[in-house]
Ligand binder design. Structure first.
Ligand code: SAM
Length: 315
């Protein structure tokens, strides 16, 4: 796609998925549809793709943009990817050749003032991918106590100034609630401005925003559940490709791939395997792929991307 969201590591995704004409593919995070479009092109003339997104606006946008070209080869569902194991078979995608997860948020969401993902958007601090469910970030900021806020910023943002920021939030909200992304970003800039050299590249509120977004969308739990379901849906030889953007996500993917490759899930203190779990995946990327400096220069959002791919083994 030419504007909006530039798909990350797109050539590498296509190489790793290796989609062929006539194949069935799932894009679990359609976003702006950039990867979806390339996968559909690569499966011409008759491959089919199921695209999911928790965000109804993303589904509507991709439907309007790609439906005229691909017709019923493209099947779209607004759904959380943690529901993959139910949604995919219902849509006729119970056994597929490839599956992509491109985690996190899209540039459309980041730039949408009504969503509260961006530091400078004046709109409400919401941060939900699916605005019809769950609790907006502003509500978490208003209701969690100082210790809970600090723990959240440490756990999901690895924020070294978590205590200081949590204290400042609790002090500020005793006067007036923090309701916009801009207010929260401004408060963090004041109380934890960080190193001026780093600040030029990375906004001091980055880690807190990441932590809130992960909590609001239960992102790590959703990823864990979805990966387990994804392997069940892959045909032997089918490929699973995951793009992650921070170490918490990447660690989940790495550990999941490692455990599915190893097979046995018995605790280490048990000397002989009793679980009977067989290896289900073979690693295709080892250890992982990262974008080139040229890609990062053209698309700064790609900066922290890591791609991992694995292939389903025969049962
Ligand atoms: C990085 S964007 C995907 C961009 C897309 N690959 C492209 O080329 O345009 C991530 C998308 O995943 C969606 N998303 C994040 N977590 C999700 C979840 N648990 N279930 C479904 N969609 C999710 C977000 O709403 C967002 O639109």
């Amino acid at each position: 796609m030419k504007e909006g969201h530039l798909p990350v590591l797109v050539e590498e995704v296509i190489t790793m998925l290796a989609p062929t004409p006539g194949s069935l593919q799932i894009d679990a995070t359609v976003g702006g549809g950039g990867h979806t479009e390339r996968i559909l092109e690569a499966t011409n003339p008759d491959g089919r793709l199921l695209g999911l997104d928790a965000d109804g606006a993303a589904i509507a946008r991709v439907d309007a943009r790609l439906r005229p070209r691909y017709g019923d080869r493209l099947v779209l569902r607004r759904a959380n990817f943690r529901e993959l194991q139910t949604v995919a078979p219902e849509a006729g995608f119970g056994a597929v050749d490839g599956m992509l997860f491109d985690l996190g948020l899209s540039s459309f969401q980041l730039g949408d003032a009504e969503r509260g993902f961006g530091f400078r958007t004046g709109g409400p601090l919401d941060m939900r991918f699916d605005t019809t469910r769950g609790v907006p970030a502003a509500e978490l900021l208003a209701t969690l106590d100082r210790i809970e806020l600090s723990a959240l910023f440490k756990r999901y943002g690895e924020e070294p100034q978590a205590n200081r920021i949590a204290n400042a939030i609790v002090a500020a909200r005793s006067t007036a609630p923090i309701t916009t992304a801009e207010e929260l970003a401004g408060l963090i800039e004041r109380v934890a401005p960080g190193n001026p050299r780093v600040r030029r590249r990375i906004h001091p509120a980055t880690r807190v925003f990441q932590a809130l977004r992960i909590a609001v969308n239960a992102e790590l739990d959703a990823l864990q559940e979805a990966l387990a379901g994804a392997v069940d849906l892959l045909r032997p030889g089918g490929r699973l490709v995951v793009l992650s953007y921070h170490s918490l996500e990447d660690r989940i993917v790495k550990r999941f791939f490692a455990s599915e490759r190893r097979g046995c899930v018995c605790p280490p203190e048990i000397p002989v395997c009793v679980c009977g779990h067989n290896p289900r995946l073979r690693l295709v990327t080892r250890p992982s792929l990262a974008p080139t400096v040229e890609e990062i220069a053209a698309n700064p959002r790609a900066r922290s991307a890591r791609l991992r791919a694995a292939e389903r083994l025969a049962a």
